[in-house]
Ligand binder design. Sequence first.
Ligand code: PHE
Length: 343
Amino acid sequence: MSRVKSVREEALAAIAVAPGQDELEQLRVRYLGRKGTLTQILRGLGEVPAAERPALGALANRAREDVERAIAARRQDLADLAEEGRLAAEAVDISLPGAPWPVGQRHIVNQVRLEIEEFFLHLGFSIAEGPEVELDYFNFEALNIPRGHPAREAQDTLFVTGDLVLRTHTSPVQIRAMRARAPELPLRVICPGRVYRRDTPDASHLPAFHQVEVLAVDRGITFGDLRGTLELFARHLFGAEARVRFRPSYFPFTEPSTEVDVTCVCGGGGCPTCGGSGWLEILGAGMVHPRVLEHGGYDPGEASGYALGVGIERTAMLRHGIDDIRLFLQNDVRFLRQFGGEA
Ligand code: PHE
């Protein structure tokens, strides 16, 4: 009897701390297997005196049941523990902030281009395009830029061949657009695009930059139309308080010609961006020269028009107080990200 009790105690104690399923199986074999301790005891009952047999048998059977139950319980516990461990290892902390996923944005030059386009599209203009490698004829000749004009010299223009150039402005698209539409009226187009000049890069020059050309041709277009359009345009780009001022200027393809200033971002009080004057020069414009209308296929006796050309980088610089045009090409995200809010 005491042997059964001590075997039972020993077995239950070992089972309770069995570290794994394999060890538990070894314990089962040791106590309940064919040659297991309790099995042997039960088998040996026949040799026990008949008077003691029932009591010993009952005790041994209970011990076997207890050990079986303990093994089953421990097996379940170990399985539960393993499952818990697995779940803990797989756990995802859904309260952690996610990894940042950087989202790109439009380059500031494209943002400003789109703003300019949007303004003129709303006024009924459409977008025209022309080649960046342009015929001398469209870039100069048809725009009334005479032979001998400094813009036609090799120190200012990038020539591809004798009569092919990298366009030095978007104005050649004026001629192409007129030719595509003449003699139909009205014609209202804008041409955004890249232009090239033979300049050494510095804070205010790049050999390639962007312009938007604007051209309106119709019966009875006057300088007043140009002025009104530019007043609205300036407010669109520089805010409701912005005003424009016109200074006489000269372009071979417009007559009269003007350079247009807009009130500085400082509000007109004077700051480093405007050099204290309160005004920023933003574009060149004028009434389309009669000879240019003729090259475009229009009769200057019937049609008149205005044209303007605005630099995109320059507009962005003036608006945001950027003091070096080269920043647009360096693609330093610390610079570019400052203009993230607009598109
Ligand atoms: N093409 C001129 C330039 O590049 C700008 C301009 C366009 C001026 C249209 C008048 C009219 O400087």
